[in-house]
Design a protein around this ligand. Structure first.
Ligand code: ADP
Ligand code: MG
Length: 696
């Protein structure tokens, strides 16, 4: 079965083509205006759109609709209502009003809110986001929505993202106008999120309580073969995995998700999917859909898809590369160095805006990648460290440095920056020395933020990027609009950016100890854990930048801080309890049984007159291992009790989990993994790392 792109691509999406074809001309025009100009839709227009949308959905077999939203859980939610409306004669008709399309009222009390709402105000509101098209899945019309509290505070990740899209557009347009652009109407943040994931055999997965409950293995002796042979990255894709990827692509394509690239990743059983980029808001919705469908298609194929940042110790974890750029509505990529000097200068201004923003708000950007699972990854020698720096490449760095130093003899440039008159070098579109260790790398015509965790929503990273870059652009625009000499002011902006923010540029290897020291010397923040990183949400300068641009209120920042810490504590609490359950119900009984069998065979051999030192030694070692595991288990249980007693707030609780529980979990794991190494495979109560990683 090959995929027929002409008829099947986006066939389940109420996209622009469907709208244009089905909506009355005037309705289409009003809706298009709302989408493009971000203005409210009139109720009578909404009624027409809703009715047409419903007819289209029903033709496709839909019976229900849902306001699909993205609470602060990193996944999506929605309740499903059918279109039926009972009539007097006992029959039903199918109805869908503009009001139902525009606004929903789900109960909000069961979603994370960080103390934002009182329980008596449990109602939440969902509001249609017409900038992301509705679509159909499994008999339900999905309407992308933003989710707010009764009092209008954002309870989701989409609301601030939508707010930030507006802000970046406004500020970027000011700069474009200064450079004489009269044709573009808006600027879009564009995003392409590469998604890494693991696939394991479902039957084996079902036998691992840790994978099922926590998404990662909490125990597991290292397999004889990990990723050391470098033979998995972009290697041949197994037939079973290839079939999985084919089905996944087909489902995504039907939903209009532009899945483009698929390949094996570095670790065994690890893979990646990359879409073609689109507007940040749609990219975020598409990434959520991708994660959901990855899991579902895996299940259908007897596989389990692991989106956790670190499912296995000892091999690479998974991240998400958030490729970000700015583009005008008429297709100009503002981070493309371009060929002409005129555009180069404009490009350099946007580049400087990113450099100063990332330096000023490095802690905030770091925070967006903070989640308990990602702490196992960041800073390990497989993923960017927890220190934010920017890779620009030698060439681009030297262009900026030369301007800053007032150096006019840079290659090709005869005197610099008389805008539009003299030449800057043509910058390489695709810098060949792509630094893979950088958390934030310029890759030719976009930045690639590589810290984001594989399980995370990309919304947060993108609303932070949009907001902080908009803030720099605003500062530049204010200056340039007032400037008596435009060219001089530009030179000053570039010079100051390099002087004040040049420390954030690092083109070397981010994985070395030397860099950690060098970064400290430069005064760059190093926030190794989620507990450290969450603090960015209470930092006054960060609260101020969100407030200034109306992306998050101070109250919303604070609630997000609480949610982040609560989520961290809960995650580790669940992991610790899962460990205890596995040890008490599976591992200790199995080990005791195996030690008993070993002792019994020693006795049998002795009775038969054969002395067997090996089985005696093994029985003794097992017995010691059992004691060790029991002791570590007891210690973990006691520490958990202690941490539970702590009622000094979210920060104290989360710190307790980080400083007391995690180290004890590591000790328990160490004891168990050692025991696994000396236990017969048949006697070990769950599939091993080799089973999971190499028998897909
Ligand atoms: P690599 O693995 O080298 O990082 P890929 O081709 O796998 O490269 O991924 C690059 C990602 O960057 C793709 O998702 C692509 O759509 C995205 N991308 C390319 N150009 C832009 C842009 N202007 N804005 C945002 N994302 C972009
Ligand atoms: Mg990449």
């Amino acid at each position: 079965m090959s995929f027929d792109f002409a008829t099947q691509f986006a066939c389940k999406v109420f996209d622009d083509a469907v709208m244009r074809e089905r909506l009355p001309k005037n309705t289409y025009k009003s809706l298009r205006h709302s989408i493009d100009e971000n203005v409210h839709l009139e109720p009578d227009v909404a009624d027409v759109v809703a009715s047409v949308m419903k007819d289209w959905a029903v033709e496709q077999g839909a019976t229900h609709f849902t306001h699909w939203f993205q609470p602060m859980t990193n996944i999506t939610a929605g309740k499903h209502d059918s279109f039926i409306s009972p009539q007097k004669d006992g029959r039903v008709i199918l109805e869908f009003s503009g009001k139902e399309l525009i606004q929903g009222e789900p109960d909000a009390s069961s979603f994370p809110n960080g103390g934002l709402r009182n329980t008596f105000e449990a109602r939440g509101y969902t509001a249609w986001d017409c900038t992301s098209p509705a679509f159909i899945r499994e008999g339900t019309l999905y309407i992308p929505t933003a989710f707010c509290s009764y009092t209008g505070e954002a309870l989701d990740t989409k609301t601030p993202l939508l707010r930030s899209m507006q802000v970046i557009s406004t500020q970027a347009m000011r700069i474009l106008r200064l450079f004489g652009n009269r044709t573009s109407k808006r600027v879009l943040a564009t995003v392409g999120a590469e998604q890494e994931y693991f696939l394991v055999d479902r039957e084996k997965y079902e036998k691992r309580l840790d994978l099922k409950i926590c998404g990662r293995t909490l125990f597991g002796a290292m397999p004889p073969k990990g990723q050391e042979m470098d033979d998995h990255y972009c290697g041949r894709i197994r037939l079973r995995v290839a079939e999985y990827m084919r089905q996944l692509d087909n489902e995504l394509w039907e939903l209009g998700v532009t899945s483009k690239t698929k390949h094996n990743e570095v670790a065994p059983a690890q893979h990646e999917l990359a879409p073609v980029f689109c507007s940040a808001n749609i990219a975020c919705d598409h990434n959520q859909l991708t994660m959901e469908i990855m899991r579902i298609v895996a299940k259908k194929n007897g596989l389990a898809c692991l989106l956790h940042e670190k499912p296995f110790a000892g091999v690479n974890g998974s991240g998400k590369h958030n490729n970000w750029s700015l583009s005008t509505d008429d297709g100009l990529n503002l981070l493309d160095p371009g060929k002409t000097p005129y555009e180069n200068v404009q490009f350099l201004i946007f580049l400087c805006a990113v450099i100063s923003a990332v330096d000023d708000y490095a802690d905030l950007l770091r925070m967006t990648a903070a989640v308990a699972g990602n702490d196992h990854r960041l800073g390990a020698n497989e993923a960017p460290p927890a220190i934010i720096s920017i890779f620009l490449g030698e060439e681009l760095t030297s262009v900026l440095e030369n301007i800053a130093k007032g150096n006019s003899n840079h290659q090709n440039s005869s005197g610099i920056l008389e805008t539009g008159v003299e030449t800057l070098p043509t910058l390489p579109k695709d810098d060949s020395d792509r630094n893979r260790t950088s958390p934030f790398a310029f890759t030719g015509n976009k930045f690639e933020f590589r810290m984001v965790g594989s399980s995370q929503s990309i919304a947060q990273s993108n609303y932070v990027l949009n907001t902080i870059v908009a803030d720099s652009l605003q500062g530049f625009a204010d200056r340039l609009e007032q400037a008596s000499n435009f060219d001089d002011e530009i030179k000053r902006i570039i010079t100051e950016t390099m002087e004040q923010h040049g420390r954030i540029i690092f083109n070397g290897n981010n994985y070395t100890e030397d860099w950690v020291k060098e970064a400290a010397r430069r005064g760059l923040p190093n926030l190794p854990t989620t507990v450290d990183a969450a603090g960015a949400l209470t930092n006054p300068k960060n609260i101020a930048v969100f407030d200034r641009h109306h992306v998050l209120t101070p109250v919303e920042c604070h609630s997000r801080y609480e949610i982040m810490l609560e989520n961290y504590a809960k995650t580790i609490n669940i992991e610790a309890n899962t460990m205890l359950e596995m040890v008490n119900k599976q591992i200790l009984p199995a080990l005791i049984g195996f030690a008993g069998d070993t002792a019994a065979s020693y006795n049998e051999l002795m009775c038969a007159g054969v002395s067997n030192a090996t089985s005696l030694r093994l029985a003794q070692t097992l017995s010691e291992a059992i004691d060790r595991i029991s002791a570590e288990t007891k210690a973990l249980t006691e520490l958990l009790d202690e941490v539970h007693q702590n009622h000094d707030g979210a920060l104290a609780a989360a710190s307790g989990y980080r400083d007391q529980i995690l180290p004890q979990m590591a000790k328990l794991r160490h004891a168990v993994d050692k025991a696994e190494g000396i236990t017969a495979s048949e006697a070990w109560p769950m599939p091993s790392y080799t089973d999971l990683l190499h028998r897909v």
